[in-house]
Write a protein that binds this ligand. Structure first.
Ligand code: GDP
Ligand code: MN
Length: 381
């Protein structure tokens, strides 16, 4: 789950990262009131879950409450990279002298949380990473020791942080690390971490991603989920307990089990196709779940064929087949479908589906091959 800037910054602040004073508004008049209360020049920032808002025109300064209202009026409702702006953050404007970058990610190869820092922070950090990666310093953090002072100091040195700011920098880096670990985050980023005014470090932008599988132990974070901002089909998948990730291919996949879903995607690739999604319907796979999964898959206009790959263990294949039929009654479609059902009651399951003019297959190879050819229009059932 990705958090909005204002949410990420509030979490960072709770752990000790200095951030500007500010509040969220959903209307221009509310933005005006906030600007009046702050009593300073403000920056109006669109809250959408996408990077590069500044370059897209979603971040603007305002000198007076009147101006704040006018600017908020323009930004609210704006479309930024396909996302509609429903909220703005009104922050006290900062007098920026320099923009640094500070971020934490999980490096799976190293099996460590890695801290990244750069003196070249700000809106062009992607270009820095692409063209001058030597300007980004990385430090791997031992999970048992945490981020040690000397590591954060070394980072400050290589980033060229002024001597007077080093101890503040260390405190901020450790606060960010603690926020990351205690929130079960997969990403925590401050960009820019700005040197402002007479020389003070402030986190002006925040970004955080929290591991969905850890949300059960963070009810406070789970509450921050902004359903309006989510893809409606991903929200529906979550409601039905389906693990769903949309991809760019043309073959929709409905599979029970995450490992089996991965294998299914691989074999679709092997036969020259491309998966439209990862979808694990999980155990049980009752009709309503299967129907929801099918609705979600077919909502994707790129889908030219659907491949069901079900392993019947406790779940009986005939039951799944009936589930698929029920789903098809609910979601009629002309998209060709291939089912590979193996395990308990597989023959009954296949017979039910063959009667319904679905392609069936005994092996995963056969199923993938059929799905790929059906997607190309070379095979009809
Ligand atoms: P992003 O474009 O989505 O990463 O949004 P940011 O919050 O990082 O803002 C983009 C840029 O706007 C920053 O790199 C700053 O240069 C500028 N900016 C953000 N807040 C302020 C502010 O309070 N004062 C000034 N002068 N510039 C700001
Ligand atoms: Mn930023």
């Amino acid at each position: 789950m990705n958090l909005q800037e204002y949410q990420s910054k509030r979490i960072f602040a709770k752990f000790g990262v200095p951030i500007p004073r500010g509040e969220v508004a959903t209307t221009a008049t509310a933005a005006r009131d906030i600007a009046r209360r702050l009593g300073t020049r403000v920056v109006i920032k669109s809250q959408v879950l996408v990077g590069g808002r500044g370059k897209a025109g979603g971040i603007k300064l305002a000198n007076t409450p009147d101006e704040a209202e006018a600017v908020a009026e323009r930004i609210l409702g704006m479309d930024i990279k396909g996302l509609k702006v429903r909220k703005v953050l009104v922050d006290e404007a900062a007098d920026i002298r320099k923009e640094l970058y500070l971020g934490l990610v999980i490096d799976r190869a190293q099996r460590r949380v890695v801290m990244m820092g750069s003196s070249e922070g700000g809106v062009d950090i992607e270009e820095v990473a692409a063209h001058t990666p030597e300007k980004i310093t990385k430090i791997a953090i031992d999970p048992f020791l945490g981020l040690k002072d000397y590591q954060a100091r070394e980072m400050a040195m290589t980033m060229g942080v002024n001597r007077e700011l080093v101890s503040d920098f260390i405190r901020i880096a450790q606060a960010l690390y603690t926020a990351f670990v205690q929130s079960d985050a997969s990403l925590a980023e401050i960009n820019p971490l700005a040197i402002v005014g007479e020389g003070k470090l402030v986190g002006l932008d925040g970004k955080m991603a929290v591991d969905d599988n850890a949300l059960f132990r963070h009810p406070d974070l789970d509450e921050m989920r902004d359903v309006d901002e989510e893809d409606p089909y991903e929200a529906e998948a979550r409601r039905f307990g389906l693990s769903y990730v949309k991809l760019d291919g043309e073959i929709g996949c409905m599979v029970n089990g995450a490992g089996l879903a991965m294998a299914t995607m691989d074999i679709i690739k092997f036969y020259g196709g491309s998966p439209a999604n990862f979808l694990d319907v999980g155990g049980g796979a009752q009709a309503d779940k299967v129907a929801a999964a099918l609705r979600i898959i077919l909502s994707d206009k790129n889908v030219k064929a659907v491949l069901f790959n079900i392993f019947g263990g406790i779940t009986r294949c005939d039951e799944v087949a009936r589930g698929i039929l029920t789903a098809l009654k609910e979601v009629p479609t002309t998209v060709p479908m291939v089912a590979r059902l193996v395990g308990t009651n597989e023959a009954e399951g296949r017979a039910i589906l063959a009667d319904a003019h679905m392609g069936t297959a005994a092996t995963l190879d056969e199923a993938a091959d059929k799905a790929v050819r059906a997607a190309r229009g070379e095979l009809k059932f």
